[in-house]
Write a protein that binds this ligand. Structure first.
Ligand SMILES: [Zn+2]
Length: 120
């Protein structure tokens, strides 16, 4: 499964970025996922929870932001969002396009719990 490998990657990166004694305080991991990356957010969320459960990061949740596919037409410089996988320019029908966004797969932010709201 595609998402399982990605979830493992995310887990590894977070484990490397957060000191071991703070790992249990990680509450939220914000990531950006482009629609072209082929990642299904629900599935990624599920895989991450499953593997994080065996680690100190078991209280961490993914916050997945989906990035739409955006393209720029090289013929008329029109910028537009691609939906329905129709890869042609809506202005001039050219298929001479450059992908501007949609392939992202990155961690933006790792949020730790405040000491104040630590559950008993
Ligand atoms: Zn065009």
């Amino acid at each position: 499964m595609h998402e399982l490998g990605i979830a493992q990657n995310i887990l590894q990166i977070v484990q490397q970025s957060v000191p071991d004694n703070q790992a249990a305080d990680v509450r939220k991991i914000r990531i950006r996922v482009g629609q072209l990356s082929g990642v299904v957010p629900d599935s990624l969320d599920f895989c991450f929870s499953a593997i994080a459960n065996d680690t100190k990061l078991q209280r961490a949740k993914l916050d997945i932001e989906q990035v739409p596919i955006t393209s720029e037409c090289k013929d008329c410089q029109h910028r537009f969002r691609i939906s329905e996988m129709d890869f042609s320019c809506p202005a001039c029908k050219s298929s001479n396009l450059e992908l501007v966004s949609g392939r992202e797969l990155e961690i933006i932010e790792i949020e730790l719990a405040d000491e104040d709201d630590e559950a008993p």
